[in-house]
Design a protein around this ligand. Structure first.
Ligand code: M6R
Length: 368
């Protein structure tokens, strides 16, 4: 049942190209236009939406943080992202023209369900992104977009996360299509590019040996930091969460721009720091992070740099450099997250941990 792998997690990491492809299947028409059948929220209702609030927990929350960038850019709507467990306890302003999107792999996470019920009381429209057919979340929402990752057995979410990203891109692009925002041509181009993502994820999987090697060498470390900017910031948070869950190590993700506001004080000789570098095409973001890498390197950090293939500007500052295929910035999390999953899995295995069943954790958290 593990398909020849030692752990479900390894199998699920390897299944990601297929999971991404399956989540796109049947949603892109021959003319490149999107159809999201199970949406059950009409195009007219979508045109009336004036604000989006995303609620989720853990890894699904990180998918939500990335969704915000995609929705604000392509759909042109203001978007807030909130931890589902916090959402009910503030006085969020909701109305019938607010679309609340709840993201949950299992569809049974109590915090997410309670957030949805709270939003329903305030008459918001509800859309679920969910991986489990027939689970509770889709029943409690007006519409649903299923991710087609297939059953995810390992406690640490991997393939579900990548398919959640595909789902949020589809939603952002669909809203753009329905509302006719200024990004018409870009929406079309992005849909074409999304179809090429499975092969790009496959390519990343083929080049993971240096990541595994580095991970094994870090098994004795106490702490690893992760830095990213823009959509690379949630990716950094996700990399840190994977490492906490699996390797029981102190790990933290930071927005690279925040370094100088505090975290740089943590940098000392030999500290492993993972940095996610935005595409070179986003010169402003890219160059800023390159100077962040220089700063931490000057203070003795040991750097694992994840950057676009052929990005030579980072070479002098990378102890280990992992090249990922060039893709537009907003889609980059699909390729930059994979090395972080492999990193956490390998490091935890090197420490002798069961990566499928980390201590103290359950696959779906059905209590508040
Ligand atoms: O089933 P859900 O997506 O609602 O689960 C949310 C979190 O409990 C989940 O993502 C958790 O953080 C994972 N163990 C992360 O790997």
């Amino acid at each position: 049942e593990k398909g020849g792998y030692d752990y479900f997690m390894l199998k699920e990491i390897a299944e990601q190209p297929r999971a991404v492809a399956d989540t796109l299947l049947g949603r892109i028409g021959a003319d490149g236009r999107l159809t999201l059948d199970e949406m059950r929220i009409s195009d007219q209702e979508l045109r009336e939406v004036d604000k989006i609030i995303i609620v989720a927990c853990g890894t699904s929350y990180h998918a939500g943080l990335i969704a915000k960038y995609a929705i604000e850019h392509w759909a042109g709507l203001p978007c807030e992202v909130e931890l589902a467990s916090e959402f009910r306890y503030r006085d969020a302003i909701l109305s019938p023209t607010t679309l609340v999107i709840a993201i949950s792999q299992s569809g049974e996470t109590m915090d997410a369900l309670m957030a949805v019920r709270h939003a329903r009381e305030q008459k918001a429209k509800l859309l679920g992104i969910c991986n489990v057919n027939g689970s509770t979340l889709p029943r409690e929402c007006d519409g649903v977009l299923y991710t087609h990752a297939g059953p995810e057995i390992a406690v640490a979410s991997t393939k579900a996360f990548l398919t959640q990203l595909v789902a949020v891109y589809l939603i952002a692009l669909y809203i753009a299509q329905v509302r006719g925002t200024k990004w018409g041509d870009e929406v079309f181009a992005m849909v074409q590019l999304l179809e090429r993502m499975p092969e790009k994820v496959e390519k990343v999987l083929e080049t993971m040996e240096p990541v595994r090697e580095l991970a094994r060498s870090l098994a004795g470390e106490r702490c690893v930091l992760f830095l990213g900017r823009h959509v690379g910031f949630p990716v950094a948070l996700e990399g840190a969460l994977k490492l906490k869950e699996l390797a029981y190590m102190h790990a933290e993700g930071f927005a690279a721009g925040e370094l100088k506001h505090g975290p740089i004080a943590l940098i000392e000789s030999g500290l492993p720091v993972v940095v996610i570098v935005p595409p070179r095409a986003r010169a402003v973001l890219h160059d800023k992070i390159v100077s962040n890498i220089q700063e931490i390197r000057a203070r003795g950090a040991r750097t694992l740099v994840i950057a676009e293939e052929g990005d030579t500007s980072v070479e002098p500052y990378a102890d280990t450099l992992i090249g990922v295929p060039a893709v537009p910035t907003l889609l980059q999390p699909l390729v930059t997250t994979v090395p972080l999953q492999v990193f956490a899995c390998e490091l935890a295995t090197a420490k002798g941990h069961d990566v499928d069943q980390p201590r103290n954790l359950a696959k779906s958290v059905t209590v508040e």
